[in-house]
Design a protein around this ligand. Structure first.
Ligand SMILES: *Cc1c(COP(=O)(O)O)cnc(C)c1O
Length: 239
């Protein structure tokens, strides 16, 4: 996609986010925008950076590693990268090397592996727990007990190089607004429960909302929307 079009899309999305913030009585600028550049070329990321966007999300580590190491070599201001897709254990090393946050922690063994790789690199990293909140999304913690058990491990210092700073979810892909909202409300309520039970952790971020549902997500308290298609256009999965 052309540079002008990407800049224009970014501007439009930001305006929409502001509008939803106002509508929900939230402070203007309280929602972060993570631009999801998966399946789009390095050039598109550079165009977005030229338009002032510096937070990106990718879901395939191999692809992200190639794109972002190259960008980091030449960029004056380095972009921040979040891994948002399900992460295999053998990809954790590379993920930790390039990302500042892994939003898709969906099992304890993954947190353990991230901790191990962070030790090797003497690096600290932010993580979000991915939560299964909608019937159709398959990934993420499905039981609240599991989430509490995992959070307890963080609170007791089992992962000293990891900061548990948020929760992430994908709402079901449906036109049923109630089902989508319900998914977002579930995530928000879970953050409340975590903060009550583990005040020593500071779980603040709610990563929820994509191209099709980000306005609802902002109304329901999202602090970070992850938007791909509405910025970069349709993905070509055969590329
Ligand atoms: C691809 C993806 C997005 C962005 O989806 P769009 O509908 O293109 O905005 C957001 N979150 C996750 C986890 C994704 O995999």
């Amino acid at each position: 996609m052309e540079a002008d079009k990407i800049a224009e899309n970014l501007k439009k999305i930001k305006e929409d986010i502001y509008e939803s913030e106002i509508k929900a009585g939230r402070e203007k600028g309280s929602v972060k925008l993570c631009a999801v550049s998966k399946f789009h070329p390095e050039e598109s990321v550079r165009f977005a950076m030229n338009a002032g966007q510096f937070l990106f999300g990718e879901n395939r580590v191999q692809e992200a590693y190639a794109k972002f190491t190259s960008i980091n070599e030449t960029a004056d201001v380095k972009p921040e990268l979040h891994i948002i897709g399900s992460l295999q254990t053998n990809k954790v090393k590379k993920a930790v090397e390039i990302a500042s946050c892994i939003q898709s922690v969906d099992r304890i063994s993954l947190a353990e592996e991230i901790q191990k790789q962070c030790e090797k690199l003497s690096k600290k990293i932010n993580v979000f727990l991915e939560i299964h909140t909608g019937e159709e999304s398959k990934s993420g913690f499905a039981s609240e007990d599991e989430v509490m058990k995992t959070a307890e491990m963080f609170a007791s210092g089992k992962f000293p190089l990891l900061t548990l700073s948020g929760l992430m979810t994908m709402a079901p892909f449906t036109n049923d607004e109630r089902a989508v909202r319900s998914s977002f409300v579930t995530l928000r309520n879970l953050r409340e429960k975590l903060n009550v039970r583990f005040p020593s952790l500071s779980v603040t971020e709610l990563s929820m909302g994509m191209s099709g549902d980000f306005k609802l997500a902002v109304e329901e308290g999202s602090t970070m929307v992850r938007i791909g298609t509405a910025i970069f256009g349709e993905r070509d999965y055969n590329a």
